[in-house]
Design a protein around this ligand. Structure first.
Ligand code: ATP
Length: 601
């Protein structure tokens, strides 16, 4: 039904000017956002890894900066008294008009919300002033640029080998391939079971026109079609140790592709004129991934956050279960709750922390921000940060309300039938590793215990490669994902590996030292004694067995010191977002002909 307040005429010049200022603010944002992806390509071509990492980090803040700039412009220009409800209502309508023919209308709408909500007080949030739902359709938006969103190739007409090479050369990377023909042969061999000996008349490849850049890789994303079958694929392009390009593998397993786009990784840099078209394409290869997560992994995290919130509100409407404390050991600094029917957890920073925690809310927020900006290497969960979230009070278990009021009174407010939480983080729910291990133990599943421990050690090693020391390494601080990967989620004690001092415990000087229950030697603020990790981690005999078999090195200061030295030497480590076993250079038949990427740092 049309709102009664819908204006017949748009009469306010201010409303028009505000809409134009916001649109110009958004267009500037998106221009810079695309520029970052174009720069990423150049850094990749030249192998400038440190610069690339830095630029990827900086891009995360572009959005908030542009919103702030825009808010500032409007606040400088107008008296708050001029910004009446009528003006905002008209601004929104002008804005809708300005988005006709726009290539990123959904993002521009979100930008409007960000700016207007920044200026308006919360109690003024009103459906008529912001975009609660998308108004402008993103269906069938076509790019005006010479290259379409995806290119189509026909191997039956052009030959499979030629087509595969063409797919790669069409990206026109300004760097030499070591031996593209050899790599294309490997790709062709992996695709052989899909295409068989005779191609169907409709055999084709659809390949997204822009490369996906992240860390030291560039990824070709597409799908193969043959008859009624579709096969999504991703081809990572890397540098070998001579700085030449190689196709490292072709990922065809659904699980490998899903994990590549996981919420535990840094965002990709992809140059897209029409992002919604990329999202639509990616949904065909990742059908279970919500659109919110796809936008996020493409670096459009504000859009991801907006869509997530819409999904969440809809879920809330269509469910009836209660929010309750998350299963597992309660945190000392975070109060964690969940809605069983919804696969996420909500984390609130408590007001008080018992010893030995020595931190503040500001420091904890800083650590979460650090993780947001850092390469999460597939081992740290991404978090969405929200302010002033209104929950229906009736959906909260009484014990949970009591816990919230007890542990975070400053953040919780009851307002009629709503419970408002002033600040929280939302992240994907996992099975806490301590629970996973004890479930496996009870069920007598040794292989699962082994898997959990191997993954746990690998998670720590990947984090270390990314210069992250988890601080608190207890199993309860790690979770197991749907894909049975172990991921870290407790960030309040995180440190950079480069800032730590890894030490061996000194030999006791005398009998008194030996008998002392407290350390007799001085301990610095950043000192870490890896020999002591065993005390907390190896109480269980089965866990101990597997740990010592696979990760005994984690218990020696020497291992940590060696890793730290590489970081201080400026080495950017390779962390592969797929198993080593699928890499072409691991295929014994061709291994001698390929350069070893293990050493290509
Ligand atoms: N993403 C998640 N999925 C499932 N459970 C989670 C998740 N994050 C946290 N939890 C649960 O909440 C508990 C506390 O979370 P977290 O470790 O983040 O809090 P904390 O206060 O920082 O903990 P600590 O006292 O170890 O510092 C975990 O032990 C786990 O049981």
């Amino acid at each position: 039904m049309m709102s009664q307040a819908f204006p017949k005429l748009l009469s306010s010049q201010i409303a028009f000017d505000i809409a134009r200022t916001i649109r110009e603010g958004f267009d500037k944002h998106y221009r810079l956002f695309r520029q970052a992806s174009q720069d990423a390509r150049r850094y990749f071509e030249r192998g400038q890894w440190t610069v690339a990492q830095q630029a990827a980090r900086e891009r995360i803040d572009y959005y908030d900066r542009r919103v702030q700039e825009c808010v500032q412009l409007l606040e400088d220009e107008y008296d708050p008294a001029e910004l009446t409800d009528q003006v905002w209502r008209e601004s929104k309508l002008h804005y809708i008009g300005m988005l006709s023919g726009h290539k990123q209308p959904e993002l521009a709408e979100t930008f409007f919300n960000s700016v207007s909500c920044n200026i308006l007080h919360r109690s003024y949030f009103h459906n008529e002033f912001i975009f609660v739902r998308p108004v402008v359709s993103t269906e069938y938006i076509e790019t005006d640029e010479p290259q379409p969103t995806y290119r189509v190739y026909y191997p039956a007409a052009d030959g499979m080998h030629f087509t595969l090479k063409r797919i790669v050369t069409n990206f026109q990377l300004d760097a030499k391939f070591a031996n593209l023909s050899r790599d294309a042969t490997m790709v062709q061999a992996r695709l052989q079971p899909f295409f068989g000996d005779e191609l169907a008349p409709n055999a084709q490849f659809h390949v997204l026109s822009s490369l996906f850049f992240r860390n030291k890789g560039a990824y070709i994303v597409g799908k193969a079609i043959n008859g009624d079958n579709e096969l999504p694929f991703v081809i990572p392009i890397l540098h070998n140790r001579h700085g030449e390009l190689v196709l490292d593998t072709i990922l065809l397993e659904k699980e490998h592709i899903v994990v590549l786009f996981s919420f535990t990784r840094a965002y990709f840099l992809v140059d897209m004129e029409v992002p919604s078209a990329y999202v639509q394409f990616l949904r065909t290869i990742l059908p279970r991934k919500p659109r919110s997560e796809i936008y996020t992994i493409l670096g459009l995290q504000k859009q991801g956050k907006t869509l997530f919130y819409r999904d969440y509100l809809q879920h809330l409407k269509h469910s009836s279960d209660l929010f309750e404390s998350a299963p597992g050991i309660r945190g000392l600094v975070m109060l964690v709750f969940t809605l069983p029917s919804f696969p996420y957890v909500f984390k609130v920073i408590k007001d008080f922390y018992p010893a030995p925690k020595d931190t503040t809310r500001a420091q904890i927020k800083e650590k979460y921000l650090l993780v947001k900006h850092h390469d999460r290497v597939g081992r740290m969960a991404d978090t969405l940060e929200y302010s002033n979230v209104a929950f229906p009070r009736a959906r909260f278990a009484e014990e949970l309300v009591a816990e919230l009021k007890k542990h975070a009174p400053s953040l919780v407010e009851e307002d009629g039938d709503q419970l408002i939480i002033r600040h929280l983080y939302i992240e994907r729910r996992m099975v806490p590793l301590n629970m996973w291990l004890s479930n496996a133990e009870q069920a007598g599943k040794e292989a699962e215990i082994e898997h959990g421990i191997v993954e746990y050690g690998n998670a720590i090693k990947d984090l270390v490669a990314a210069n992250i020391f988890p601080g608190d390494m207890l199993y309860k601080n790690f979770g197991v994902t749907r894909h049975k990967r172990v991921v870290f989620y407790d960030y309040d004690e995180i440190e950079y590996v480069s800032d730590c001092v890894f030490r061996t415990i000194p030999e006791p000087r005398n009998e008194e030292d030996e008998m002392s229950s407290e350390p007799w030697y001085p301990i610095g603020k950043h000192d870490v004694f890896p020999e002591q990790f065993g005390k907390f981690l190896l109480g269980n005999a089965k866990i101990r067995k597997f740990f010592m078999q696979h990760h005994a090195d984690l218990l020696t200061a020497a291992w940590w010191q060696a890793r730290q030295k590489r970081i201080l030497d400026g080495v950017v480590e390779d962390v592969f977002p797929y198993p080593q076993s699928v890499r072409f250079c691991y295929q014994s038949t061709v291994a001698p002909a390929l350069p070893s990427l293990e050493t290509s740092k």
